[in-house]
Structures are given as structure tokens and as C-alpha cells.
Design a protein around this ligand. Sequence first.
Ligand code: HEM
Length: 484
Amino acid sequence: MEEEHERLLKTSSVIRYRSYWEHRVWIGDPKLLQELWQAERNGLVEKPEFPPFHRGQELNVFSEKTNHPMWRIVRKSVAQAFQANNMRRYHDHVVAVVSRLVDGIKAKGSAAAIDVSDISQRESFDVIGMVGFGKDFQASRDIDNDVGRSFRLLGSFLQESIKRLGSPLRQFSRATDAIEGRRDFERLNNIMNDLVEANEEAGWLEKNPNSIAAHILKLQDPKGKPLSRARLIQEYFIFFLAGSETTGHTIAWTLYFLAKNPKSMARLVAELDAAGLLVTDQRPRPRTFTYADISKLRFLDCVIREAMRLQPVAALPNLRVAVQDIRLSNGMVIPAGANIEFANYLVMRSAAWGWEDGTSFIPERWEEADAEYHHIKESASSNGHKADEPSIAQDDLEIDAAQGGHDKARRYNPFGGGVRNCLGQQLARMNVPTAVAMFVSNFHLKLTPEDASKSLEELETLRGTLQPVSGIHMHCTERGKHEE
Ligand code: HEM
């Protein structure tokens, strides 16, 4: 994938092409991305049509059009669940889930090849269940269990959905894997339905007023009516899907880069040691990782940013449609109806946007001020047109979506940009550092010889999210017990 994108970028940062009857525009330029996010705020860019994957399926906050009142209603309400004071309140859940996994890995011993990708999926699934919906699915209780396949169902759902996009009639096919796909849809639907029922039980809402579930259950449509059960299930489901796949793979890729880069690992270990968080011979039971640690551990933050720059798990399929002709500052016009692909992946790697040695893992680059931005020279504006229209005040629909201005454009957007950027990013920003720090504090991580010998390209695949193709396997040796 990397090679293919580098090849494309050498040709241009904007590519127009036709795929059968569709007109597509592929944008790999941060300044133009900024303009398109502005166009999205102004209603000129929309989400594409998401054909129903399942008869009777409703839309949700991810698939709903930006100009539809329901999208705004859901986004504004559920955003409250992700406020910092809430995240602080729920941090103990994250620590509890990671601690269970740490115990499970210890029980396996260092000879076992642990799939950290599987571990990370269990972690993020349990966190979203507990933090968002008050349900402990216990995927992290025993690292070999299958908890009714529920956490694996999200991955298979995503893959089945993608197959159906390519072949809409698949949902009626009698092929074995298509039948299994339909069963998985049904199972997932039932799990979400059970969860809605549990959350609707008397007294639950009062006890969990800040959860994602509480904000969804209180929603009313524009006519003031409560949401249908089918819509509730869809809203529940999207928070599980968007919230666990992405976070889990981000944790796994971060651990992978650390295991591959001993100098970065050593620096992080020293930081955790200085903070009293590392297990050592002298400190077999370090203090518990706290919410306050997240903002204090600067190098940990650099490591995660760098991993998300190189392996942005959700940066590829950011698709949109032009509502009307859109003129960009480089003079190009995107015709109404054209599909737009935001090629964030490339923007976050390419030398064209000032990334030095952009395909290497160098967390130190995040110690420089303004590293998120590409600075635009006046001459770069090809037709004298300014990069931005005067900025519309960002309202509370946008989360950490600062895009720069005329002189600089944000070149680091792992959570997307503009009004449709990631709604749950505050949960990810709490979960990923906590999990990474706790795993590194407890274990020496060493890739198995087989996975260590593979290139990143051999390890990765794009199945809806950018994820390991068949896991990332490591030997995890307890710190403080078997020091090297
Ligand atoms: C490292 C973890 C995560 C990454 C990298 C990530 C990335 C993204 C990106 C790039 C988008 C925008 C997609 C687009 O423009 O089409 C997005 C949207 C979204 N994300 Fe995340 N996400 C993460 C975690 C989460 C979590 C934890 C939740 C919730 C629990 C969540 C919920 C959502 C939702 C609901 C949307 C749709 C928002 C809308 O359309 O208004 N995400 N995410």
C-alpha cells in the first residue's frame, strides 16, 4: 500500500479518475483537505450514500448525511459523554481491563507467542462496553476465551459489509461465507438489542447518566419522538464498531513500532521508570497509572502520535461526495456528484508536506513546535487565491479540529477533520496511552522471529481499517523477574 501511494504521490497530490460511471477525485494535499473540510461545514460536501447492508437497517451518526437534522442531534448529544471530566471518571475501568490482560499474559509465560493484536481488540472491546454501555463483556478476563464471538463479530461485520458494497446481491446469496455473514449480522444485532434492553431497565439511566448509552437513549427525533428500536441498535452498534476496532489496532501498531525500535522503547521505559510506573526488581509493585499521567508522559504521547501518523487505522476510507461544483484554490473544480477521497494516509507521510524521513518511526519529531502543520509559502498558492475562506466559527460539533489558516495547513489528521471528525477521540486519547504504558511497564516485548522478519507491508492489510493481516506476535517477559 505504501509503495502504491508513494507512486501516486510522485505523480500528483490530486488525482481525478473515472471508475466505471463514477467520477472520483483523490486529494492528498493538506491545504486542499482543509478547503474541503471548510466546504463540508458550508454544506457543499456530503457523506456518500451508504446502501442498506441489511433489509430494514437504519442509518446512524456515522452514515447519516451532515445536512440531516438527526446527525446533528445525535452528535451534539453523545459528544457530552466524551468530555474530559467523564473520561477522568471512567479511567479506572480502563486500568481494570488492562490489568486483567496483564495477568493473563503473565500466566502464559514468556515462551508463549502472544498475539498483541488480539489482546488489544479484547481491551478496546471491553473498554467501550464498560465505559459506554455499563456492560462487562469479559473479553479480557481470559485471553483465550471467545466470549460468544462477540468481539470478533465486529471485525467480521466490517468485512462482510465491504463485500456487500462490492456486491449488493450478496445478502441474498447461498454461498457458505455469505450465509455465515448474514448470521453474524443477526448475532451482532441480537447483542446490541440485549444491551438496549439492559440499559432500559428501571434505574439504569439514573445510575449511568454520563454514559454513551444514556445520551443515545434520551434522544428524540426532530419531531420530538423517541428513536425506534432499530435506530437505537444502529447507534449502539456504530460506537462499538468505530470505537473498538480503531483503538485496538492503534494499540497494537504502537506496541509493534516500540518492539521494532529499541531506542524509542528504551526512552519510553526510562520515562515510565522516572514516573514510578515501571516494574523493576526494586519496585515489583509500582503505583497505578492515573488519568493525570496521560498528559505528563510527554514521550509516550510522541510515540503514540508517531504510530498513528504511520499506521492511521481509520484514515483511508474517508469518503465524501460533492453536493455542487467546488472550486479549489489550485484552480481545480470538483464537479457536483463526484466522489472525493481524503487521502490522509499520504498527507501524514509524504516528504512533499515536510515530513523528513516520513516513512520511518521517529517519535522525536513530535518534540518540535507546530509539528502537526505544513507551512505554506505564499508562492504555493497557484492562482493567488487564498487557501481558506474566512473561517466560520467552529461550533461545538467539532472536536479538536483546528485546521491552521492561510499560512499553514494541518498535515496530521488521524482522527479526520472538520465537522465529521472523530466523535470518540477523547476516549481513544485516554485508552491508548493507558494500555501502551501499562503493557510496557510490565513486559519486555519481543517480536517473534517470524513477525520480526516481515516488512510492514507484509504485516498489514486494509479490511475497513488498517490492521494486522494475521496478528502481531510477541514474547512478553515479565519485568523485574527475568531482567536481561
Ligand atoms: C484510535 C482510535 C480512533 C481513530 C483513529 C478514529 C478515527 C476516526 C476518523 C478518521 C473518523 C472520520 C471518518 C470520516 O471522516 O469519514 C472517525 C469518525 C468517528 N469516530 Fe472515530 N476513531 C477512533 C476511535 C473512536 C472511538 C473510541 C469512538 C467512540 C467510542 C469513535 C467514534 C467515531 C464516530 C461515532 C465517528 C463518526 C462521527 C461523525 O460522522 O459525525 N472513534 N473516527
